[in-house]
Design a protein around this ligand. Sequence first.
Ligand code: SF4
Length: 295
Amino acid sequence: MSTCSHCSNKSIFKREYSGEFLCKRHLTRSIQRKVNDEVRGYLQRDSRVGLAVSGGKDSSVMTHVMHTISKRFPQMELVGLVVHEGIEGYRSPSVETAERLLSDLEIPYDVLHFQDEFDVDVDGIVSKSGEKHRSCTYCGVLRREAVNELAERNDVEMIMTGHNADDMAQTIVMNMFQGNIKNMTKELEMPRLLPRRKPLRDVLEREIVMYAIANDVDYFQTPCPYSHHSLRHDVRNFLALMERKHPGVTYSLLRTAEKLEKETVKVEKRCRECGKPTTKEVCRTCELVQYVQSL
Ligand code: SF4
């Protein structure tokens, strides 16, 4: 590998879209700076922040970077929000990885199991419905609800998730495929109690992996057994190929979608079952729980 574009150290990574070579120090600094630029608009010195941590690379790197940033602000508090979705052979070891990371960084955390919250877990839903291809839909909707519950009971001001630039680009393409123009670039604007933030939204997945390796961030590497059944899986492969062949297309897609963005939909309805904000009569969480219970 060549020399770093910013110093005389050996580079460990080539940033294809800019042509830069980066050593460990400059790669680390660059990612920390991107996150810092992203969070400084909404993070206060004394914020109490809930970190949604799964044990995977994205949320583990987010936790590592946020821990570094929080060291500059002694009054800032971080709390790990860990959800156990109940996926045999996968979630228990990844939750253990998350717990280890949070303990090592001395960040307090709370764990919530799907089974305790919804009386069913992802394996149970899949075996009842036989719909492996929809496992991510069920899992995603219920996890969102579970993270909200953890955030409320831990009294945090905002929730941070590990979504990266690749995830954002995948969401745009998936929404285009599914005709969801209104929430193509962001989720529907809900009158939520707590804002959700994505500090890694401008960082590519490849760079997150390199950050984890360079900084010895432990993360759980085995993919979820249901992941290859989802539309996101195929979109991810397609966009990864495009980024390899045409460096920079991920950022171009994000910027194009931002330009196309229309006004967000104001949601005023409340779910008739649970009373939480929704766009429909019954919210997505209640709809899915009722469906699973009817099987
Ligand atoms: Fe849940 Fe799908 Fe992610 Fe597995 S891949 S944890 S089922 S959202």
